[in-house]
Design a protein around this ligand. Sequence first.
Ligand SMILES: Nc1ncnc2c1ncn2[C@@H]1O[C@H](COP(=O)(O)OP(=O)(O)O)[C@@H](O)[C@H]1O
Ligand SMILES: [Mg+2]
Length: 260
Amino acid sequence: MSTDTNKQIEYYANALKAPRIRDSAARLAEQARDAGWTHEEYLAAVLSREVSSRESSGAETRIRAAGFPARKAIEEFNFDHQPALKRDTLAHLGTAQFISKAQNVVLLGPPGTGKTHLSIGLGIAAAHHGHRVLFATAVEWVTRLQTAHQHGRLAAELAKLRRYGLLIVDEVGYIPFEQDAANLFFQLVSSRYEHASLVLTSNLPFSRWGDVFSDHVVAAAMIDRIVHHADVLTLKGNSYRLRNTEIDTLPSMRGDNQAD
Ligand SMILES: Nc1ncnc2c1ncn2[C@@H]1O[C@H](COP(=O)(O)OP(=O)(O)O)[C@@H](O)[C@H]1O
Ligand SMILES: [Mg+2]
């Protein structure tokens, strides 16, 4: 290729904000000449470099914007520690099809059984499939909605959040909500119902959610909407955090306080 042509490619690639085309055009041209590619094959190879790196940098941007407390992948999850949980189920959820269908996932189980880990893993998989994701604890979501409500823009906030394909609500049930907070949380759940997905985690079974939301009617209406289109996965056993210690029970794992 002449230097003039190279300069033109560089100019056009910059104008298109496609730096990978600029970087790969000359290198791929050499490869194309050596391997006798057609013009079309060469063009496809150059464009594919740009597209695949845009897709992965888009995913990276979405992952950074999601506010995950840590990076955890479904692939890093040790299924031997959760024999009741099917690898296939998680692999299927990892395709993010549930988000295209505005379905939900609920992860229930005692502390340390991997609820947060899997919720993050699902969020990262969603980001790789092009979905916008936000992660926060139930308490943080309610605080966010309270702030919006106080400024008279609750509806606008809920509409904005509906543009995220997936919201992750971690730790439902660790801290009980007052009536007002419970109502705001209910509005979040209703606003997403059949429009966009939620992944929720809780240490409590649904039967105990009435206590968390200080209102059994609101809790029942909420659970109804959440589970209408949902996969409910129950994690069991001892905390993974304590697996190499002598400790085999935590206070919260006693009796009816357990989500099993
Ligand atoms: N089955 C598992 N395989 C690999 N790591 C796990 C597993 N279960 C839990 N962990 C790890 O143990 C720690 C606690 O898990 P976490 O998801 O925070 O539990 P939970 O949210 O249920 O309390 C995290 O570092 C997580 O990555
Ligand atoms: Mg957790």
